[in-house]
Design a protein around this ligand. Structure first.
Ligand code: GCB
Length: 614
């Protein structure tokens, strides 16, 4: 609605209508979300009931359950949130019925569950009934790991919240609405692509719709530990951080306990519920070769949370990335969050993570780029246990509406939720705010603000974006992005040998960089269909891809500032941009593994490469 008002207003301005009182011509920064509570961190360690399973679900392409025939939002009682049933009283006209609808699995994308939903982009209504027995002195939240893209959530007949963004967790406090006994949660999930969305209408991955991650009913004490940060100090001499309580009794005694380190640190939260600490400690540092995690307990007078936390430092010095003060080369691979077996679909949970990350380890990697959006929490936690460094990213991808304040708000929410969720993961070393965005003034301002936000939320990690390379001339390549002033590293995607010339071009090019910072090449590669053989000059053969990797590796070895690389990509993934029959068949074929987990020739070439730290 606000948008319509804004458009009407802009038209008046264009027509030269003068207004006695100038209204603000800036469109609203409000992204339209409501009813969301601040994120509860580490939801895995809370008292909770899983609402996963089969949910009643039906397709509503025209959003009949939400808008009337003039496309005006209907009163709540007329929407499908009212959860009426035709069969309950056949004298009444009701044209939907959750009770007799078929089902969809949650968590799960809908595209791979029903053939008619393979390419579907629109609304699906979901309903799940659950039993609750709320206890006095507790608070109840509905937690969603993610739903793509817009989710409007209703409880017991009324909409209670709206969330935007397909890859970040959200929770809704329902303490006052939840009933003892049976409850029904209804979610209208809409994955239509939107110009103002993050990502926008254009991308190179499948727009899997649905409630794609776990759903929980979470119970916490009235005043509970909502969030905490537990980190190694930059000089590695102490463990420092803070605890944030939420509720009516915020000024409580709080304790941090790490038995293995002999840490038992009492503190008192202030009136805003915050308690800060700094304790001298010499923990065994987390690293890919020794992914040591400690049992950490945070308790208050009313609550207790447990976590497994690793301690390390990450910084840059000249062209090197230092982990625990030592230079490290990040030999990585990019990964999409897709199931590592047919029929593909959105991955979720530890079992999928173990396979995907196990493949990355087989490739000899110590680093993974979780592209192009925050992956599910199990992916990050499993990577941490397995000793894999992580690049965490939000889907500010290609071209979004840089000048739309609501788009910025949306992107900042996604960044904030990613950082809150993952801030205690030792393996996460880089927050990435974007991928391959154009060098425009409005974009620079947008990303500069996001980078500042990331640093405000977490001053301990590196911040960057996957930028683009430029050709200075046929043989000289560079990255000339104004954003380099704000990022900690020079990270960019380059496709010499695929989109840029053939593989032999790698021998001819020279790289030059305008600033002295570590270089991390966040994409390189080319397509190959597993089992398709031919000459190394023939596109989509395994030989082509293998030769391209050999030549790229030669080129990488000549970049002195190179501190990391994450080729594109671990496994073939679904993309609606890839049409070639018999070869692509809706898959981007740049994987080193096929979608079935078969290793292509280039797998061995990349695996056998030991990068030189110059
Ligand atoms: C890119 C994008 C990535 C694409 C890839 C490709 O530069 O960052 O999302 O999938 O190229 O295969 O073209």
């Amino acid at each position: 609605m606000k948008r319509i008002i804004y458009l009407a207003f802009s038209c008046l301005l264009v027509l030269g209508v003068s207004c006695a009182q100038q209204a603000d011509p800036v469109p609203p920064a409000d992204d339209g979300c409501f009813g969301l509570s601040a994120q509860i961190q580490n939801v895995g360690s809370r008292e909770k009931v899983s609402l996963d399973g089969n949910w009643k679900a039906f397709i509503d392409q025209y959003e009949t359950g939400y808008y009337d025939y003039r496309r005006n939002p209907m009163p709540d009682a007329e929407t499908f949130f009212a959860d009426r049933s035709f069969h309950a009283d056949r004298t009444k006209l009701v044209e939907y019925d959750f009770d007799t609808a078929s089902e969809l699995r949650v968590p799960g994308d809908w595209n791979t569950q029903r053939p008619e939903l393979y390419l579907y982009e629109g609304t699906v209504w979901y309903r799940q009934k659950f039993q609750a027995s709320p206890r006095p002195g507790t608070r109840t939240f509905l937690y969603f790991g993610a739903a793509n893209y817009e989710a409007v959530v209703g409880l017991n007949g009324h909409p209670v919240a709206k969330h935007l963004g397909g890859y970040t967790p959200f929770n809704i406090e329902i303490t006052d609405q939840v009933r003892s006994g049976e409850n029904a949660v209804i979610v209208k999930v809409d994955n239509k692509r939107m110009f103002e969305g993050v990502p926008t209408v254009n991308s190179d991955w499948w727009n899997y719709g649905g409630i794609t991650r776990d759903v929980y009913l979470v119970t916490v004490p009235e005043t509970f530990i909502r969030e905490y940060s537990v980190q190694l100090s930059k000089d590695r001499s102490s463990i420092e951080g803070w605890v944030q309580l939420d509720g009516p009794a915020p000024a409580q005694r709080v304790s941090l306990d790490i038995d293995e380190l002999g840490i038992h640190e009492p503190m008192t939260a202030d009136a805003s519920g915050k308690a800060a600490f700094r304790v001298a400690a010499k923990p065994q540092c987390w690293s890919p070769s020794d992914p040591k995690l400690y049992d950490v307990r945070i308790s208050s007078e009313t609550d207790e949370v447990r976590d497994r936390i690793g301690f390390r430092t990450i910084e840059t010095q000249g062209t090197r990335i230092l982990l625990n003060g030592e230079p490290i080369f990040c030999k990585g691979i990019s990964i999409h969050e897709e199931i590592p077996a047919p029929p593909s679909g959105r991955a979720n949970g530890e079992a999928d993570a173990r396979i995907l990350l196990g493949w990355a380890k087989e490739l000899g990697c110590n680093f993974v780029r979780l592209a192009h959006y925050p992956h599910n929490e199990a992916m990050v936690r499993t990577a941490e246990e397995m000793g894999l460094l992580v690049w965490d990213e939000i889907p500010v991808y290609w071209t979004i509406q840089w000048e739309n304040p609501a788009t910025y708000t949306n992107a900042e929410h996604q960044l904030t939720d990613m950082i809150i969720r993952d801030r205690n993961r030792a393996n996460v070393i880089i927050w990435s705010v974007a991928n391959e965005t154009p060098r425009l003034p409005a974009r620079l301002e947008f990303l500069r603000k996001l980078i500042a936000k990331a640093r405000e939320l977490d001053g301990t990690r590196l911040v960057s974006a996957a930028m683009e390379k430029e050709n200075l001339d046929e043989a000289t390549l560079t990255v000339n992005d104004e954003l380099l002033e704000y990022t900690d590293i020079i990270s960019f995607n380059q496709y010499v040998g695929w989109y840029d010339g053939d593989s032999d071009k790698c021998d001819r090019v020279r790289w030059t960089f305008p600033v002295e910072k570590p270089v991390v090449i966040t994409e390189l590669g080319g397509g190959a269909k597993f089992g398709l053989h031919g000459d190394r000059t023939e596109r989509f053969t395994e030989e082509y891809q293998d030769y391209l990797y050999q030549k790229n590796i030669g080129m990488l070895e000549r970049i002195d500032a190179l501190a990391g690389v994450s080729p594109w990509i671990l496994k073939d993934f679904r993309s609606p941009r890839r049409f070639l029959p018999g070869i692509q068949d809706d898959f981007n074929r740049k994987g080193l593994y096929s979608e079935k987990g078969e290793r292509k020739q280039a797998f061995y070439t990349y695996r056998d490469w030991t990068p030189t730290l110059h």
